[in-house]
Design a protein around this ligand. Structure first.
Ligand code: PLP
Length: 405
């Protein structure tokens, strides 16, 4: 018996447990402190009523012999694939229904897609990054080359024609930086991938937070992307499905290599290793895309966007460099006074009891940066913003900057 020794290359994921440990230590020393977390990456608002109602009906169907559903199609029920295809059609992206695969969320498919690719492929991954891209490749023993995202490129690294790769991960709007690629930038990536014969693994999990007209919601809004990109999307942040679990992956028919179709390979992979997403969940996801459901989920997204905007405004007034907050629930700020991200974490916690996520936890280039999120309540976010203003010694009218640093 031989183990997959590539697991030894994985770094332990201490980030969120370290944060919890430090916050708990602070709380035990200051039992009366009202600590507010802007570190949470999970939604907090409940499911929209249209979704709940649709799932309730689906539960009743499951309890009745005449309407009971057993195994469903591995690719997902046609009613949900059709609803997703309609969403893309509204952005002038024409998808055939067998190019859409319903998943139990973007994370599983982001990992599972690697079944289609040889272990000797060279992978390009931005840094800082959502750690799943790195770890799933390390587990398979692939060599990773990092793409530097920094202040200079506004955390939106662009392709370097001198760098070759077979797979490249793009996440827009990005976790953790909140930065989002515009049309021209994505066009450059599609041209690069087409030229190199590489595949873009495009993570659109936060597309529902996009407000800018020039920011594509899907990579397929760029001509030619259907020959070089796979897209992953999710109901998690869009419709509060983090605990319900549903997403989708697009593998276009035009994506082919060496006489093989990636769409057929993925279908084969899914029918072999996956038995589909529960009927009840898919009915809930369908309701999220109904006119009534869309109106309701738009309200929840707007709620989080207001939080993001409040944080963005406060940082803008404090003249603190940051990305995100406008097309994203994440705000990625530079730690003032060139502080290291864990030092800033401690300072902010001790001074005003606000918790965020140190950027160093998302990769080497995250050092010196800090992630704040918009998934809290209005009340808590407003209070955190008020305290941070105080921390940066700003007046209520926004004047003044961080004289303490
Ligand atoms: N992609 C990114 C960039 C994320 O931040 C997350 C979750 O936080 C996911 C994918 C996974 O989402 P899901 O809940 O659909 O698995």
């Amino acid at each position: 018996m031989h183990l997959n020794t590539h697991y030894q290359a994985l770094h332990e994921q201490y980030l969120f447990s370290d944060i919890a440990r430090k916050v708990n230590a602070y709380r035990s020393e200051h039992p009366d402190a009202q600590v507010i977390s802007l570190g949470i990456g999970d939604v907090t608002l409940p499911l929209a009523p249209a979704i709940v109602e649709s799932m309730r009906k689906a539960v009743e169907e499951m309890g009745n012999a005449a309407t009971f559903h057993g195994y469903g199609p591995e690719q997902g029920y046609p009613f949900l694939r059709e609803a997703i295809a309609n969403e893309y059609a509204q952005r002038s992206v024409a998808l055939e229904d067998d190019e859409i695969f319903i998943s139990d969320g973007a994370k599983s498919d982001l990992g599972n897609i690697l079944d289609l690719f040889s272990a000797d492929n060279a992978v390009l991954i931005p840094d800082p990054v959502y750690p799943v891209y790195v770890d799933t490749n390390l587990m398979a023993g692939r060599s990773i080359r990092y793409l530097k995202a920094d202040k200079q490129n506004h955390f939106l690294p662009m392709p370097d024609p001198d760098v070759c790769c077979d797979l490249v991960y793009l996440c827009s709007p990005n976790n953790p930086t909140g930065a989002a690629y515009n049309r021209e930038q994505l066009k450059a990536w599609v041209e690069y991938a087409t030229g190199k014969g590489a595949v873009i693994l495009f993570d659109a999990a936060y597309e529902s937070f996009i407000t800018g007209d020039d920011i594509p919601h899907s990579i397929y809004e760029i001509p030619g992307a259907d020959s070089c990109a796979i897209e992953f999307c999710s109901f998690s942040k869009m419709a509060g499905f983090t605990g319900v679990r549903c997403g989708w992956t697009i593998v276009p028919h035009n994506l082919r290599s060496g006489g093989m179709s990636l769409n057929r390979m993925w279908l084969r992979r899914q029918t072999t290793k996956f038995n589909g997403v529960p009927y009840i969940v898919q009915r809930g996801a369908q309701a999220a895309l109904s006119p009534e459901g869309k109106q309701q989920i738009r309200e929840s997204i707007a709620y989080y966007q207001q939080n993001a905007n409040a944080i963005h405004q406060m940082l803008t007034q404090a003249q603190i460099y940051h990305t995100g907050g406008q097309n994203s629930p994440y705000i990625w700020m530079e730690c003032p006074g060139k502080m290291a991200s864990w030092d800033f974490f401690q300072r902010l916690l001790a001074a005003v009891q606000v918790v965020g996520t140190p950027g160093a936890g998302f990769g080497k280039n995250g050092e010196g940066f800090f992630r704040l999120t918009a998934f809290g309540s209005h009340e808590q976010t407003e209070e955190a913003v008020r305290r941070m203003r105080e921390f940066f010694q700003m007046r209520e009218d926004g004047r003044g900057s961080c004289v303490r640093f």
